[in-house]
Design a protein around this ligand. Structure first.
Ligand code: A4P
Ligand code: MG
Length: 200
């Protein structure tokens, strides 16, 4: 695929191979349905609070390892915290996984929703109600996406201890696009009742 704004590449002759340089690519936001030539580092937030949440999250981590066109890089420990939102529901188990994908953002969202479906996720009227499995795209490379189906970085993540602490565990240097460095965000987000329940 030709990069936007780059001149056409002349065919590479074998004698030139070692000396041919790839033109530097401008930081042009990727169209939402295109496939990146190289993998994009993404971070997925995983949450569950019903029907054996630890098993739900553990199984989801295994399913993320199987995601097509995607490499699984690392994962956080599991964390337990009281519900954000309606209090009359069980505590949540959360984790964050880091992957590298060739899937464009909306295709990735479709794949994640399919995994949620296999966990019999039911969507109800209640905002922030209980769920067997929630998979959120927290970060997609350096992109900021504002689409009817997808907001990235995930809205509100910079204020959520159950997202920031596991994220910092797997990448202490990460800068969240449009929000700031993880260290600065954590300094403003008390850990509260978040408990690390088991390691990777
Ligand atoms: N959507 C938009 N942006 C994204 C994104 N970055 N990743 C859209 C995934 N989906 C995204 O999601 C509703 C719609 O959001 C999707 O159709 C997708 O097109 P949903 O999973 O059906 O609903 P939801 O998750 O209930 O909504 P929402 O507002 O995203 O909730 P959150 O922010 O996911 O919060 N307390 C604790 N302790 N731990 C938790 O994990 N989670 C929630 C849900 C509430 N309280 C919690 C926790
Ligand atoms: Mg969600």
């Amino acid at each position: 695929m030709q990069a936007i704004g780059t001149p056409p590449l002349e065919p590479i002759k074998s004698s030139k191979l070692l000396f041919t340089t790839i033109p530097a690519r401008a930081m042009i936001p990727m169209p939402i349905n295109s496939v990146p030539e190289r993998g994009i580092d993404i971070y997925i937030g995983i949450g569950s609070n019903i029907e054996d949440p630890i098993s739900q999250v553990t199984r989801a981590l295994d399913e993320l390892r199987q995601l097509r066109k995607t490499a699984f890089l690392s994962r956080s420990a599991l964390y337990r915290s009281p519900p954000m939102g309606p209090a009359d529901q069980p505590d949540y188990i959360n984790a964050v996984a880091r992957l590298r994908t060739l899937l464009p953002p909306l295709k990735l969202l479709d794949e994640l929703m399919e995994i949620e479906r296999t966990h019999h996720r039911k969507r109800t009227e209640q905002r922030w109600g209980p769920r067997t499995l929630d998979l959120d795209i927290l970060i997609y490379g350096d992109q900021q996406i504002d689409h009817t189906r997808l907001t990235v970085p995930h809205s509100g993540m910079q204020r959520r201890a159950f997202v920031l602490y596991p994220l910092q565990e797997i990448n202490p240097d990460i800068h969240i696009p449009g929000r700031g460095p993880i260290g600065t965000l954590i300094a403003q987000c008390p850990r509260g009742d978040l408990i690390r329940v088991s390691g990777p």
